[in-house]
Design a protein around this ligand. Structure first.
Ligand SMILES: [Zn+2]
Ligand SMILES: [Zn+2]
Length: 342
């Protein structure tokens, strides 16, 4: 089969002809129908996040059709439409058995530590396979498995309750899902903070109140729009020390700031005025859980979570086209989501 693979860090991905994967007793062979190209894949290609072993088929946002099942698989059959949870975990350790499998020491992420979906076929354990309802196109099913799922996890971590207010800082792929999910969780007002006009317009179309962070200080603007109180929940999606600071400074008393964006730089706060005296909480959010995905899929099926306007382009399974999409992500073209349709 054809696969687009990372052969050498820092070099373009290459098309390779490799054997279709074998499946074990409890595995499923999936014929890939859509594989999302994610900003993480640009980090992997550039070597900012290590991938092993090489060569590796990238792609962790995958939807397709079941081709074949192992002898021990009972809940799936050939022809089923499915999407895949990208973290393959041991299922037996303390973290796995308590539903916190993102901390499994043996976790193998698709397209990172085991072959992913930039290929015609992929083999995964049956418990990583979720039914994809016919109402959800494959391309949207694929992107639900990364951005939308992590946005859902961030809102659960925030403990947002009906009647509270929220600010989503950075309304790209994750943020657009977070805006809709915050409304679904019952937020009265959702502020969308960004500097991109089209992202703000899209967030507003989903019911958010746009805050343009270049036209005014977003913290002052959120305070003004909330009568000086601030928001109960602020979710930071960008991973910059400035926006992490803004998330904490936007909080009302007893507010919760959730950090989803990744940065390795330190952040400073006024620990008394902004954290201790305010009883603010700063919460980390990493990935998402298998147990959350059926809800995310059902919300998408019912249209509570609409990702139709997030998937903006399809490309074929071709190394040149995939590399060009990754180049665009490197140049900051975050508004465009590309999906490989083999
Ligand atoms: Zn992703
Ligand atoms: Zn485990």
């Amino acid at each position: 089969m054809k696969a687009v693979r990372l052969v050498k860090v820092g070099s373009p991905l290459a098309m390779q002809e490799i054997p279709a994967p074998e499946i074990g007793e409890k595995d499923v062979l999936v014929h890939v129908q859509a594989a999302g190209i994610c900003h993480s894949d640009a980090h992997y290609r550039a070597g900012r996040s290590p991938v092993r072993p090489l060569p590796m088929t990238l792609g962790h946002e995958v939807a397709g059709v079941v081709e074949r099942i192992g002898g021990g698989v009972r809940n799936l059959k050939p022809g089923d439409r499915v999407c895949l949870h990208y973290n393959i975990t041991c299922g037996e350790c303390g973290f796995c058995s308590t539903g916190n499998e993102q901390f499994c020491p043996r976790v193998l992420m698709l397209g990172h530590f085991t072959n992913g979906g930039y290929a015609e076929y992929i083999s995964v354990p049956a418990r990583n396979v979720l039914p994809l309802p016919p109402e959800i196109p494959f391309a949207q099913g694929a992107t639900l498995m990364c951005a939308s799922a992590t946005a859902f996890h961030s809102l659960r971590k925030s403990r947002l309750r009906a009647g509270e207010t929220a600010a989503i800082i950075g309304v790209g792929g994750l943020g657009i899902s977070a805006v809709q999910l915050a409304r679904a969780f019952g937020a009265i007002d959702v502020f969308a903070v960004d500097i991109r006009e089209e992202s703000l317009a899209l967030a507003a179309a989903y019911g958010a109140l746009p805050v343009h962070a270049r036209k005014a200080d977003p913290v002052a603007e959120i305070r003004r729009l909330t009568g000086g109180r601030g928001v109960d929940v602020a979710i930071e999606m960008l991973g910059s020390p400035l926006t992490m600071q803004q998330a904490v400074r936007s909080l009302a008393p007893m507010g919760r700031a959730v950090f989803v964006g990744i940065s390795d730089e330190p952040v400073t706060f006024d620990t008394y005025r902004e954290v201790v005296g305010n009883e603010a909480e700063i919460i980390g959010c990493s990935d998402h859980l298998l147990s959350e995905l059926p809800t995310v899929i059902e919300m998408a099926r019912q249209g509570v979570l609409d990702t139709a306007r997030v998937v903006t382009r399809s490309i074929p399974l071709d190394a040149g086209a995939v590399n060009r999409a990754l180049d665009e992500l490197e140049r900051g073209g975050a508004g465009i989501r590309t999906v490989i349709v083999p």
